[in-house]
Design a binder for this molecule. Structure first.
Ligand code: URA
Length: 434
């Protein structure tokens, strides 16, 4: 087999055999195939696309390129949850304890934030003492003992994806559905999931700006999961405006805590219940999504989900006092209001612009090495559909540097469109793809 022939076949639109894809991926990880050949292959794939069988073969070749976590010693069906990334998306912090409180174990590897979207691991680190790096034995024993552990991705999980993603980033080949779908699913499969619930975000703050492309990506990932024996459900959800009110690490932890205490924002609560209910169904705990939502809602009301979060924080070395009293989490020095420019109704609140404003304050990183400020961010007070009067506080900026704070106020104001005619609050969940 020669990589040149494989590249030529893809260039000419022919379907590749799994063995050819494995040869290319293994050769690239081993350093036998140079970047320029992999770049040519990625561009040919970007232009020609891939069949379902090719995408599944690419996914499995990448999943098998490094360590694979074996969760089989943990009892029951292990269901993972993954979001394609959004602004204010703190659902993992809510869904993890909720599902664990319902008796379904959650053993989850999460990532850090990059660009204008946040990451669960950074958010958890805003709880003083919380350890996100767990040795495998501790990770497993926590899942066995309390039903929940969340840690950062270990070093050698799907190294092919790591290397290929870096190359895609500099060769204009990121925005390809088979490449994105295989990249995400290879990591989920290597992390040991038996079944996977995907939250595919759609809108201004997401990778996929429109419903059609989000649905295509969701379907591609469901097809991959199904074809490799991992039951997969994708929920396509709105990311035109931030989820909930808080954007920024400690602010989002505080909002997740309120949600677990059953006093969180409606959209975050609703989405967490829906994603959790799909996880319960895939784990065989319930027969319908409605039944799962009822069970999970009850766990919010009784305080069982909140108790599970406290247990989880303690198990990973976090300060439970800070969870009980979120004023003990990092607080920014300045709070600056964003005033409504006129009377009217909020027609738009661009999630991407809010995410970038938060990043400008220091809540996110441009490059992996950047150090972030856990305290800063934005609290949105008015969302699409809300009526506002001139001077009302649309949002609040939490800053540790007054100039960066003022800049963020201007950026958040730009994210809002206020019109004179009444507007309606948009749908939160567009579609479920099984
Ligand atoms: N997230 C990933 O993990 N991979 C992609 O290609 C895009 C988003």
């Amino acid at each position: 087999m020669r990589s040149l022939d494989i590249i030529a076949q893809k260039r000419d639109g022919k379907e590749l055999k799994a063995a050819a894809i494995e040869f290319l991926i293994n050769g690239y990880v081993a350093g036998d195939i140079p970047d320029y050949q992999m770049a040519a292959f990625l561009m040919a794939t970007y232009i020609r696309g891939m069949t379902k069988a090719e995408t599944a073969a690419l996914t499995m070749a990448m999943a098998k390129s490094g360590d694979e976590l074996d969760l089989s010693s943990l009892p029951g069906c292990k269901v993972d949850k993954h979001s394609t990334g959004g602004v204010g998306d703190k659902t993992t912090l809510v869904v993890g304890p909720l599902v664990a409180a319902a008796g379904v174990p959650v053993a989850k590897m999460s990532g850090r934030g990059l660009g204008h979207t946040g990451g669960t691991i950074d958010k958890l680190e805003s709880i003083p003492g919380f350890r996100v790096e767990l040795a495998q034995t501790e990770f497993f024993s926590n899942v066995q003992r309390i039903g929940l552990a969340v840690c950062g991705q270990t070093g050698n999980l799907a190294p092919a994806d790591k290397k290929i993603y870096a190359l895609r980033d500099v060769t204009a080949t990121v925005a390809s559905i088979p490449l994105i779908a295989s990249s995400i699913m290879s990591k989920k499969i290597a992390a040991g999931a038996d079944a996977i619930v995907l939250d595919v975000k759609c809108g201004s703050g997401a990778f996929m700006p429109d419903l059609k492309s989000a649905e295509t990506l969701a379907q591609a990932m469901v097809d991959i999961g199904t074809s490799v024996g991992r039951e997969t459900v994708a929920v396509v959800t709105n990311m035109d405006q931030p989820l909930g009110a808080a954007v920024g690490n400690a602010l989002e932890v505080k909002e997740a805590i309120m949600t677990l205490q059953n006093r969180g924002p409606d959209d975050l609560t609703k989405l967490s219940l829906a994603l959790g209910a799909h996880m319960l169904m895939l784990a065989g705990r319930t027969a319908s999504v409605e039944e799962g939502e009822r069970i999970l809602q009850e766990l919010l009301v009784t305080g069982a989900a909140w108790d599970k979060f406290r247990e989880f924080v303690a198990a990973q070395g976090g300060d439970v006092k800070a969870a009980d009293n979120p004023k003990l989490l990092s607080q920014a020095q300045f709070r600056l209001p964003v005033p409504a420019p006129k009377d009217g109704y909020v027609a738009q609140l661009r999630a991407d612009k809010v995410g970038r404003a938060s990043m400008g304050l220091g809540a996110g990183r441009e490059k992996k090495e950047d150090v972030i400020d856990l305290a800063v961010g934005i609290t949105v007070k008015c969302k699409v559909g809300d009526q506002v009067h001139q001077g009302d506080v649309l949002a609040e900026v939490h800053a540790n540097d007054i100039d960066r704070g003022r800049q963020a106020v201007a950026e958040v104001l730009e994210a809002y469109t206020v019109v004179s005619e009444p507007t309606v609050s948009p749908a939160l969940i567009y579609r479920v793809i099984r």
